[in-house]
Unconditional design. Structure first.
Length: 70
């Protein structure tokens, strides 16, 4: 199983993964805005961006809002 952010649908295709017996899933969730070093907010980045800018308790709550889908 390989899990990617929802924006990866433009780059990754399930049939390429299926050839190697790998299930491709995407994280579906609510867009969340937060400060990003004073730059314009870029939505739906990786969880690493959320970990960089959010308090750990907020991260836990945000992770509960996400679901995996194809």
């Amino acid at each position: 199983m390989y899990i990617n952010v929802v924006n990866g649908r433009e780059v990754y295709h399930a049939e390429n993964f299926e050839q190697h017996n790998i299930e491709l899933l995407f994280i579906n969730g609510l867009s969340h805005s937060h400060k990003q070093f004073g730059n314009a907010f870029e939505p739906l980045l990786s969880v690493i961006a959320i970990l960089m800018f959010e308090h750990k308790l907020d991260v836990k709550e945000l992770l509960e809002r996400y679901a995996l889908g194809k």
